[in-house]
Design a protein around this ligand. Structure first.
Ligand code: ATP
Length: 448
């Protein structure tokens, strides 16, 4: 059962409202590459920040890291990516389109029905060369995950952070995979952003920590507004586990094309540290002073995609409703994710209203991402803010000049309250933190 929203509506809204554009569009675009526009860059940043806050800043047992995209090629030999980071590829003998063999239903080419070649293993890593001479010795890879940058820094972090196990190391950054069949908008692209945590634990406690992180990560999406019924957990079967994994769960989301992976949470055991110790010749272990023993930690890895999360948040927030006979499209984005928190809207572009409206804007913008818009009718401007999910609009009208009060309009309920300009900042701050919008009958009027 696919989600109620179709992808075309999301793609069209993203283009129309400056969230996401096709990459290099004036040159005709580049397959499955996308650019985040003025609203998209804020949304994406908010998703990253929400993850970093809950994983790093709100915990004493996790630290952050930012490692380079290009690494010593030995890293990828040790991790198994050179040998095993492959997908089975088949090619159509008539139209020459290439497909991931495990994603083809039936025997023929999904496009033209033509005969397919036998599958061959295709490595998904992008290869390039470092320095001015192109030769085998200078081959480097663009990282297909950020995790390996964490493993090779395990010893640096342990010795400098003075932390004890269990200890997590978190990283957000770009990854690259030469996917055979990218698509579904930003769901699967060849360049994307990972949010990864490697949580190092004492062997024997790993199963408990895997359960813990599965629950934590599931709840994170729910807390940020994704409906529980659109999320599910799926444990990998033994035959499906990656070469490094002892156990793994996917958090799936009900995307328009059906249930698909949003995040993977794996128990990687001691595979990575042992491999890197073997290949680098450097000992990678942990001395547990309390227990007086030395061991190689196991690692639990919640690995999520920023772009795929952005897509899920957009789909889940998308809504169309009828208000007084007119269709209203809106994004019920969680306040912390909304690209713009407050829009300052003078009732009209009028020389008397503008100075006060600008004054209000200048007061708010150091504290909240604030938009100022005085073009077109007020109704149209409300609709525009609804479509990008702005939680609050502040309207300045002619009465404001007299009573120094403005109207705050709430996105979802359309309720309005009037507050003194003096109180506006404090009032918005409280409401953005989750304080209920006082929509008592005295205040509440729906906007026209
Ligand atoms: P899939 O089975 O969809 O190819 P995966 O299991 O290989 O994904 P992981 O290596 O577990 O993915 O990566 C963790 C997360 O990174 C995924 O759940 C997804 O959110 C994101 N991700 C992985 N590959 C891509 C991609 N090509 N485009 C966008 N996001 C991706």
């Amino acid at each position: 059962m696919p989600a109620k929203v179709d992808m075309d509506k999301i793609v069209s809204l993203c283009k129309r409202r400056g969230l996401i554009f096709p990459s290099s569009e004036i040159y005709g675009g580049l397959a499955s590459c996308w650019d985040y526009g003025p609203m998209g860059v804020e949304l994406k940043r908010n998703v990253r920040d929400a993850w970093w806050k809950s994983i790093v800043h709100e915990r004493a047992d996790v630290v952050g890291l930012d490692t380079s995209i290009m690494m010593h090629p030995g890293v990828w030999a040790a991790s198994g990516h050179i040998d095993s980071f492959t997908d089975p590829l088949v090619e159509c003998k008539s139209c020459h389109l290439r497909w991931r063999a495990d994603a083809v239903e039936g025997k023929g080419c999904p496009k033209c029905g033509g005969e397919l070649t036998e599958p061959r293993m295709f490595n998904l890593m992008f290869k390039t060369s470092m320095g001015p001479v192109e030769e085998e010795a200078s081959t480097v890879y663009l990282r297909p995950e950020t995790a390996q940058g964490i493993f090779v820094n395990f010893d640096n972090v342990i010795t400098t952070s003075r932390k004890k196990l269990p200890l997590g190391i978190a990283q957000i950054g770009k990854s690259f995979r030469n996917e055979i069949t990218p698509g579904n908008f930003i769901f699967r692209t060849r360049e994307f952003e990972h949010m990864e945590l490697e949580y190092f634990v004492k062997p024997g406690t790993d199963e408990k920590w895997l359960d813990y992180w599965v629950k934590e990560r599931f709840d994170w999406y729910v807390k940020l507004g994704i409906r529980k019924e659109n999320l599910r957990l799926r444990q990998h079967g033994k035959d499906e586990l990656a070469h490094y994994a002892r156990d793994c769960y996917d958090i799936d989301y009900l995307f328009p094309m059906g249930w698909s992976e949003l995040e993977g949470i794996a128990n990687r055991g001691d595979f990575d540290l042992i491999q890197h110790a073997k290949h680098s010749g450097k000992e990678l272990g942990y001395y547990d002073a309390e227990a007086g023993e030395k061991y190689v930690p196991y690692v639990i890895e919640p690995s999520a995609g920023v772009d795929r999360s952005v897509l899920a948040f957009l789909i889940d927030a998308y809504d169309e409703e009828e208000v007084e006979g007119e269709k209203r499209t809106l994004l019920h984005l969680h306040r912390s994710l909304a690209p713009v928190k407050v829009a300052v809207l003078p009732l009209s572009r009028n020389e008397k209203l503008t100075p006060l409206a600008k004054e209000v804007f200048n007061k708010l913008c150091p504290n909240f991402v604030t938009d100022y818009d005085d073009s077109q009718s007020i109704g149209r401007r409300y609709r525009r803010q609804d479509e990008i999910g702005t939680p609050f609009c502040v309207t300045i009208d002619f009465e404001s000049l007299e009573d120094k009060q403005v109207t705050i309009r709430e996105r979802d309920s359309l309720a309005q309250i009037r507050v003194p300009i003096e109180e506006l900042g404090k009032s918005l701050e409280a409401k953005l933190k989750g304080e209920a919008f006082d929509a008592s009958p005295l205040w509440a009027t729906r906007d026209k």
